[in-house]
Ligand binder design. Structure first.
Ligand code: APR
Length: 253
């Protein structure tokens, strides 16, 4: 392992142990990149190949529900094949060790739960779920729907992906819980987010206001870098494995 990663991982481990269980993770699409799920703004990101306004807005759905569902079905096929990677698994292990309180995620892929993590706050919903536009009934898909747009099994109404689209409010309960976690965190581990989509991007700033130590794991600088106490420029899997190794090492010292 190159020295600076080891050194930074050691400092991150110290911050996690110093937090005595009050560490929170805040994740974005970058943590799932190594599971084969495309990010939104990276070099081959989804918004480079598709127009968000044509696919991820209530107006787009209103205009052409079939087109929107065909795109989500394509993304669901990727998500249903995807497996948690070592970064998701390391967070779940830190939670089992009593060192990680919860993970707040902007991702809709469900990989934190698949990795065994118990406390996950989904700010932008979950692509494995749909909800009825007429009666609100929620459906959990076990596989991508054969028919699109799918119909509500209860009232026959039009189902929509249970995710937050641009211009829509975040689920109130999830947002409140995320703010409460950010304000109580002693250490916040920010993994794989470009930090530019609000209000989710407020989470690191809220934690910082509350004097939390901010650890940023990303392959490049972001607007969060300027408030990060420890900035680790490495892929999420490599960085989280290094941090977990250092935590275990420091626990035996
Ligand atoms: N390890 C760590 N970071 C990575 C990796 C990796 N292997 N690969 C990419 N990244 C970083 C990129 O450098 C970028 O900063 O992950 C970040 C991904 O940024 P985005 O694609 O903008 O994803 P995210 O920040 O989650 O987007 C927020 O925007 O489109 C909406 O609702 C969507 O939840 C999403 C929100």
């Amino acid at each position: 392992m190159d020295l600076d990663l080891e050194g930074l991982a050691a400092r991150a481990a110290e911050a996690i142990l110093r937090a005595q269980g009050k560490t929170v993770a805040f994740t974005g699409a970058g943590i799932s990149a190594e599971s084969g799920i495309p990010t939104f703004r990276g070099k081959d990101g989804l918004w480079r190949r598709f127009r968000a306004e044509d696919l991820a807005t209530p107006e787009a759905f209103e205009r052409n529900p079939k087109l929107v569902w065909e795109w989500y079905r394509w993304r669901m096929e990727i998500v249903f094949r995807a497996k948690p990677n070592p970064a998701h698994l390391a967070l779940a292990e830190l939670e089992r060790m009593g060192l990680l309180l919860c993970t707040i995620t902007q991702n809709v892929d469900g990989l934190h739960q698949a990795a065994g993590q118990k406390c996950v706050v989904e700010l932008h919903g979950n692509i494995r779920r749909a909800r009825c536009t007429r009666c609100g009934y929620r459906v959990e898909f076990k596989e991508p729907p054969k028919e699109v747009p799918p119909k509500c099994p209860r009232c026959g109404g039009l189902l929509r992906p249970d995710v937050v689209w641009f211009g829509e409010p975040l689920p109130e309960e999830a947002w409140q819980k995320a703010v409460q976690l950010a304000l109580s965190a002693k250490t916040l581990i920010v993994i794989g987010t470009s930090g530019i989509v609000y209000p989710a991007a407020m989470i690191p700033q809220l934690a910082k206001q509350n004097n939390a130590t901010i650890i940023e794991i990303n392959v490049q600088d972001t607007p969060i870098t300027e408030i990060a106490d420890i900035a680790i420029r490495a892929p999420a899997s490599k960085a989280m494995q290094a941090i977990l190794t250092e935590v275990k090492k420091q626990l035996t010292q």
